[in-house]
Design a protein around this ligand. Structure first.
Ligand code: NAD
Length: 260
């Protein structure tokens, strides 16, 4: 129970990786506030938790007024403190620079980057006053290297990684730790929508030759939120089954067969 006594705010907690993190945090003893746009989804998940361990807070991280209310409700639920913030809510939209609709470009910045920015901005003063805290930003390996026709996604995730490092730099002195987690391919609604119907062959060039389940991302988030990670800040941690260690030329030139 390494999160016993901690109050955590988790965005996008109604499905996928966020739901996995919510489940793990409750299991590990945290009290959590689950934020998302779909109330029913959040309530469905919260209903499976012990009474008093989770609060549902419907809200959109791209709306500044919602951010203020989310933080207020979390402080209320957490008896005046927020120990952990997990910025997990995110979207993906297709298109390269020449194809992405301008509206989509703005929306993805609002959700993937400005949402975490606004939440950190509101939460950090409370963490400072309480003597510290932990912020976990869910970025992506798309923030470390390019994905075909996903300029909005990769650009916002790269910026989220740098914002995490910058905040680690600025608030380490306040005992506020900020880390970025970069998942690889995780089986969720997002990947179903964008890459649905993948067969096993799609993973053949990846060292572990499979996608991850959401709960496989949750463990590292629980660790980063906990006091076990008391000296870990400014880190960018890949959880990608080794996908980023593969040289594309190895797959291209020698063929996937070499990986077997
Ligand atoms: P998902 O679509 O299952 O979950 C995202 C959640 O965020 C949903 O519950 C959605 O309703 C919520 N959300 C979206 N926009 C929101 C908004 N404006 N305000 C509040 N909530 C909002 O997808 P997922 O795969 O679980 O993604 C979670 C995070 O992990 C995202 O930031 C995503 O970029 C990142 N990620 C996912 C993968 C993957 O392979 N699935 C890989 C790397 C990173």
């Amino acid at each position: 129970m390494n999160l016993e006594g901690k109050v955590a705010l988790i965005t996008g907690a109604g499905s996928g990786i966020g739901e996995g993190i919510a489940r793990r945090f409750v299991e590990d003893g945290a009290k959590i506030v689950m934020v998302g746009r779909r109330k029913e989804k959040l309530e469905e998940v919260a209903a499976t938790f012990p009474p008093g361990s989770a609060k549902v807070c419907q809200g959109d991280v791209s709306i500044p007024e919602d951010i203020l209310r989310i933080v207020e409700e979390t402080l209320e639920f957490g008896d005046g403190k927020i120990d952990v913030l997990v910025n997990n809510a995110g979207i993906n939209v297709p298109g390269g620079v020449a194809e992405i609709a301008l509206e989509d470009w703005k929306t993805i910045f609002d959700v993937n980057l400005n949402g975490p920015f606004l939440l950190m901005r509101e939460v950090i003063p409370h963490m400072k006053a309480a003597g510290g805290g932990s912020i976990v930003n869910i970025a992506s390996i798309g923030g470390l290297r390019c994905l075909s026709q996903r300029v909005g996604y990769c650009t916002t995730k790269a910026a989220l990684i740098m914002m995490s490092k910058q905040a680690a730099r600025d608030y380490g002195v306040d005992n506020i730790r900020v880390n970025a987690v970069c998942p690889g391919f995780v089986l969720t609604e997002m990947t179903e929508e964008h890459f649905g119907g993948l067969t096993e062959d799609a993973f053949i060039g990846a060292p572990m030759q499979r996608g991850a389940m959401p709960e496989e991302i949750a463990g590292i988030c629980s660790y980063l939120a906990s006091d076990d990670a008391s000296y870990t800040t400014g880190s960018v941690i890949t959880v990608d089954g080794g996908a980023t260690v593969v040289d594309p030329f190895e797959i291209g030139i020698m063929g996937a067969a070499r990986n077997k």
